[in-house]
Design a protein around this ligand. Structure first.
Ligand code: GDP
Length: 206
């Protein structure tokens, strides 16, 4: 709940952020194959904390509080805001961020604020457009390209389609998490390919 309470700033970690209900917990569960992880973050009292999970020794995933609650009192929002700003500005172990957005309404103002915050130090960001099973393949590909067009040039922000329910893009997302932890660049699946979610794609790093 406070910067001073975080685990020691050693090793490497990747943060995961998203608007409430975007599918962040489902994505974390699917990527890590450990259901208990995101459930812990949703337990009473934990939804407003930075939740740290050790994947392997010295390699962590950090589940950030879901943002975009209009109902939350201003003082609470200010507290989260300064906590997150401090975290993104100072955390040496942080190597990159995964931002989860619902493919049906991505890049809201809150999402764009989060992208700006997460990339403020020049760290890479990988976007998961979740619930892609809710769209047909054509519409999913169009949504992917529309988001790509809004991203800054330079390749530091990458994006893919993802469905926790259908399993689409889970392997690609797992690869992206590993790349971020290793400090290596993420190679995107070309938009409009026969397999936009990147599943079963040869040479996809899987
Ligand atoms: P969080 O609040 O961002 O952690 O979101 P959750 O993971 O709890 O998901 C919010 C809602 O979206 C739940 O009802 C999930 O079942 C649903 N959901 C999450 N991922 C998917 C997905 O890939 N496809 C579909 N159709 N629904 C999903």
């Amino acid at each position: 709940n406070k910067l001073g309470q975080l685990p020691p700033d050693a090793g490497v970690e990747v943060a995961v952020a998203g608007r409430s209900n975007a599918g962040k917990s489902s994505a974390i569960n699917a990527i890590t194959q450990r259901k208990g992880l995101a459930r812990t973050s949703k337990s009473p009292g934990a939804t407003r904390l930075l939740n740290f999970f050790e994947l392997e020794e010295g390699r962590r995933l950090v589940d950030l509080p879901g943002y975009g609650f209009a109902k939350v009192a201003g003082s609470m929002r200010a507290h989260w805001g300064s906590l997150l700003e401090g975290y993104f500005a100072k955390r040496a172990a942080l190597k990159g961020t995964i931002v989860v957005m619902d493919v049906r309404h991505p890049m809201t103002d809150h999402d764009q604020d989060m992208l700006a915050l997460a990339s403020s130090r020049g760290l890479p960001v990988h976007i998961l457009l979740t619930k892609s099973d809710k769209l047909g393949r054509g519409a999913g590909g169009n949504a992917l390209q529309a988001v790509r067009r809004k991203l800054p040039p330079g390749g530091l922000v990458t994006v893919q389609l993802f469905s926790a329910h259908a399993g689409d893009g889970v392997q690609e997302a797992r690869g992206a998490l590993e790349k971020l932890l290793d400090g290596k660049p993420i190679k995107e699946t070309p938009a409009g390919s026969a397999d936009p979610a990147g599943v079963n794609q040869p040479g996809n790093g899987g």
